[in-house]
Design a protein around this ligand. Structure first.
Ligand SMILES: Cc1cc2nc3c(=O)[nH]c(=O)nc-3n(C[C@H](O)[C@H](O)[C@H](O)COP(=O)(O)OP(=O)(O)OC[C@H]3O[C@@H](n4cnc5c(N)ncnc54)[C@H](O)[C@@H]3O)c2cc1C
Ligand code: FES
Length: 502
């Protein structure tokens, strides 16, 4: 079955609506990144009367928030048993409370935005194996202990589940219109401004800040770094979280499709929900997760999703396909708040582990409380997300991540040769000592040396991007930055043209 040529979600917002930052200015708060975490924080602050400036390197919703599955759910696969195990039951309960508060906030926000297609749905975690059965039953116990009103059973799947647990009254939405409406609200507020095509290249200061972009600077008392993974090194989150990519296909299926938002606990993991695209109900199928920048050709990942769907549904056509990545913290709790003791007003929101619709919103509620000085009033669960926590149980995972990073760094520099992909794109070779890549068989080459910390980027044939296997920065074929933590583009491999004679 033919895959669409482009990797674009059906709800993509498209071109920029807001002018780049062109002049130096001051503000109470600078928010870096116009995804769900950044935009929700900015909207809350603008409502609270703070002067807030959003700086977005590309366009509103162009990051993971615009390329997600967009289930809005407090039931999140097998999350509560992990939190109870790595932390404790109290932490799991606070996490659940944060998700429910975020869901309630989003319901109020999304309800009036017709294009966001907010729909209440039941969330389902299920298993198809015996090993998976005990995991689901354990999740039912852990989620109940965390305060969620879950019930065993309820699977509406076209194959047999060995066990399932469901949580009613969750939701799904189209994230593009939702994010666009948040940005429009900020821009329409007398206190808010949104700038697109404005990549932040440095954040200077410790008590007050200068946020530097290519054309101008903003001075502020608070900075919120909501760039999926922070672009600032304070907190060293890149060394404590794993970037994980996943893939999605939207399918035209003959007949009815399951109405629950489901997620399997068995491998390979499969996620499903419906979506109304151009007036037609489609089935979204997601999965094929792997460490970003590692794991071979990605076109095959889309194909694997289609093959799986065809086993269970009469699929007529693949309507759309897209992918994204998110960060999994070593101790499985997001980081929200001050990144370090020395910079109490530099705040981060990261590590949402593919549950950032609710968790990005919860992070925004907490950050807005922190900045307006009402910390703990409406977000009593907030302390568990403190980025400065000592997470001893996460240390072995962090050590493993960093050992793998060191291994990749060495082996990719020793032998950078790779590809090309089946369509001739993305050959990687050595030019002198430097690894270079050719996005097109006969196009200009780029130095595929990641501008974050020097990882050798690999070709993602499904999305036509260069992805760094160390901490998940991503670049377009020509080297333009797509995703943090990198802030500078890949350099051209072509020698600079000689300066013309005067
Ligand atoms: C495949 C997939 C499916 C998912 N499905 C779900 C789901 O069903 N439900 C759920 O709750 N969660 C889901 N998630 C997780 C969720 O989508 C993310 O956690 C969330 O979108 C992250 O939001 P964010 O605002 O932190 O980051 P982003 O949306 O990535 O926003 C960060 C923004 O910062 C900008 N930026 C980066 N660097 C700079 C810079 N230097 N200067 C200025 N701007 C910069 C980027 O361009 C980007 O727009 C999924 C994730 C993936 C990968
Ligand atoms: S993302 Fe850190 S080296 Fe590439």
């Amino acid at each position: 079955m033919q895959l669409p040529a482009d990797s674009t979600p059906p709800w993509a917002i498209g071109s920029s609506a807001y002018a780049p930052l062109a002049e130096d200015r001051r503000a109470d708060v600078v928010v870096i990144g116009a995804g769900i975490a950044g935009l929700t924080t900015a909207a809350l602050l603008a409502r609270a009367g703070k002067e807030v400036v959003v700086l977005e390197g590309r366009s509103v919703g162009s990051g993971t928030s615009g390329r997600t599955t967009a289930k809005v759910s407090a039931l999140q696969g097998a999350r509560y048993q992990v939190l109870a195990d790595v932390h404790d039951e109290d932490t799991a309960a606070r996490y659940a409370r944060a998700q429910l508060d975020a869901l309630a906030w989003m319901a109020e926000q999304a309800g009036p935005v017709e294009a966001a297609q907010w729909e209440r749905r039941t969330a389902l975690t299920y298993a198809t194996t015996e090993a998976g059965r005990s995991k689901v039953e354990q999740e039912a116990r852990a989620a109940t202990a965390a305060g969620l009103d879950v019930e065993l059973g309820g699977a509406d799947l076209p194959f047999e589940a060995t066990a399932s647990v469901m949580l009613a009254d969750q939701a799904q939405l189209d994230p593009g219109p939702y994010l666009a409406a948040l940005a429009a609200e900020i821009a329409a507020s007398p206190n808010g401004t949104v700038h697109e095509d404005t990549r932040v290249t440095a954040v200077r200061g410790h008590r007050t800040f200068r946020v530097v972009t290519p054309r101008a600077t903003v001075s502020a008392q608070h900075v919120v770094v909501a760039t999926l993974l922070p672009i600032t090194d304070r907190g060293f989150f890149f060394a404590r979280a794993e970037p994980k990519s996943s893939y999605l296909v939207a399918l035209d299926v003959a007949g009815s499709v399951p109405q629950t938002m489901s997620l399997s606990v068995d491998e390979p993991s499969r996620s499903m929900r419906t979506a109304r695209i151009d007036g037609q109900e489609r089935l979204l199928v997601g999965g094929e997760g792997h460490h970003t920048g590692r794991g071979g050709p990605t076109l095959a990942r889309y194909q694997a999703l289609v093959d799986w769907a065809q086993e269970h549904f009469p699929v007529n056509e693949v309507v759309a396909r897209w992918s994204a990545h998110d960060y999994v913290p070593a101790d499985h709790l997001p980081w929200v708040g001050a990144a370090s003791f020395t910079s109490p007003h530099l705040l981060v929101a990261t590590g949402f582990e593919k549950w950032g619709m609710t968790m990005g919103t919860a992070a925004a509620l907490l950050l807005a409380d922190t900045i307006t000085g009402t910390e703990g009033v409406s977000t009593p669960w907030g302390a568990i997300f403190d980025p400065k926590r000592m997470a001893l149980r996460g240390l072995p995972t962090a050590a493993r991540l960093n050992a793998e990073v060191a291994g990749h760094m060495a082996s990719d520099w020793i032998k950078p040769e790779a590809g090309p992909a089946s369509d001739g794109t993305g050959r990687r070779r050595r030019s002198g000592l430097v690894p270079v890549g050719e996005p097109e068989p006969s196009g200009p080459a780029v130095r595929v040396v990641c501008t974050h910390l020097g990882g050798v980027c690999g070709w993602n044939d499904g999305d036509r991007t260069w992805d760094c296997p160390l901490h998940g920065s991503r670049f377009e074929g020509d080297g333009t930055v797509l995703a943090a933590p990198a802030i500078r583009p890949l350099r051209s491999a072509e020698p600079p043209s000689p300066t013309p004679d005067a």
